[in-house]
Write a protein that binds this ligand. Structure first.
Ligand SMILES: NC(=O)c1ccc[n+]([C@@H]2O[C@H](COP(=O)([O-])OP(=O)(O)OC[C@H]3O[C@@H](n4cnc5c(N)ncnc54)[C@H](OP(=O)(O)O)[C@@H]3O)[C@@H](O)[C@H]2O)c1
Length: 267
């Protein structure tokens, strides 16, 4: 018997995906393999919305959402669920298509890089497929990732580290922005807790405004910057080439280098 859809690993990302699939009406068709399932996943199984830890069988679609560090040890048991028709989708960071192919014994592999806002349906996921992947398969992979938010791509694997450095790591940059804005406000006399509330709501609000607007980020920035005004004075510091533009180029380069090193470690 084949299993239509099998998810390996129902932690934060796996559960966010499976929760979205259930909302989309896949109840009864989802198999989840996780030896320490959370209460949420156990409740889905108790209601027969999913089958938890079913017998090993070939899957049509096999989604892998375990930590990259455990993938090597798990690969033989995952490979036992892979047949000639199985499409594999991995959301594991740093595990290459070549490693997936070699360890799972199939060429039908794809990767995706989600980000943490996906846990509340506000993420952006970049899909990475092989050149021979058909448009139908790409469409069904994008559909599977839709519960996490927007889905971009597909792109080739050579560009995945750069995309990861922007969107995979990006939420941390947004949180850092709130931190450093608050710290700077506190350094100029604001109560630190008040400074953090102001900074946090400002980052949240800027994100919401950007989401609600069709305009690009640069236009939104210009719209709130009066000539010779207060905001412009701050932006002249932040946007000088030695400041944010070059710091970000260096940060993205460091993230890409680390991603490449991690990929070599999981080969
Ligand atoms: N979270 C993110 O924002 C994010 C972003 C991009 C990519 N990713 C990728 O998504 C993957 C999952 O990340 P996560 O944050 O969801 O991690 P997580 O919460 O730790 O989820 C991993 C799940 O796999 C389970 N697991 C462990 N051993 C297993 C086994 N033998 N068989 C089946 N399941 C097993 C874990 O159970 P235990 O907890 O009991 O070990 C856990 O429930 C990672 O590869 C990560 O690189 C995550």
């Amino acid at each position: 018997m084949t299993q239509k859809m099998t998810l390996i690993g129902a932690g934060r990302m796996g559960s966010a995906l499976a929760g979205g699939w259930l909302k989309a009406g896949f109840a009864g068709a989802i198999n989840i393999v996780d030896p320490h399932a959370s209460e949420t996943v156990q409740a889905w199984a108790d209601r027969s919305d999913v089958r938890l830890n079913p017998e090993t069988a070939t899957a049509d679609m096999l989604v892998i959402a375990v930590k990259p560090q455990v993938f090597g040890d798990l690969a033989p048991s995952i490979a036992a669920r892979v047949g000639p028709q199985t499409q594999v989708l991995s959301v594991m960071a740093g595990v290459s298509l070549a490693t997936l192919e070699a360890k799972l014994g199939t060429a039908r592999v794809a990767r995706a890089m989600p980000n943490t806002p996906g846990l509340v349906g506000k993420g952006v996921t970049i899909l990475c497929t092989k050149p021979e992947t058909t448009p139908e398969t790409i469409a069904s992979l994008k559909n599977l990732l839709a519960p996490l938010g927007a889905v971009e791509g597909p792109i080739g694997e050579d560009l995945l580290p750069a995309a990861t450095a922007v969107s995979g790591c990006g939420p941390a940059y947004g949180f850092l922005l709130a931190e450093v804005m608050a710290a700077a406000g506190a350094a100029h006399g604001l109560d630190p807790a008040l400074a953090m509330r102001l900074a946090r709501k400002t980052v949240e609000g800027a994100g919401a405004l950007m989401e609600a607007s069709e305009e690009d980020a640069a236009t939104l920035r210009q719209n709130v910057t009066s000539p010779n005004g207060v905001t412009q004075a701050a932006l002249e510091v932040l946007m000088s080439d030695a400041a944010m533009p070059s710091v970000f180029r260096d940060a993205i380069a460091a993230a890409i280098a680390r991603d490449n090193a991690l990929s070599r470690e999981t080969e």
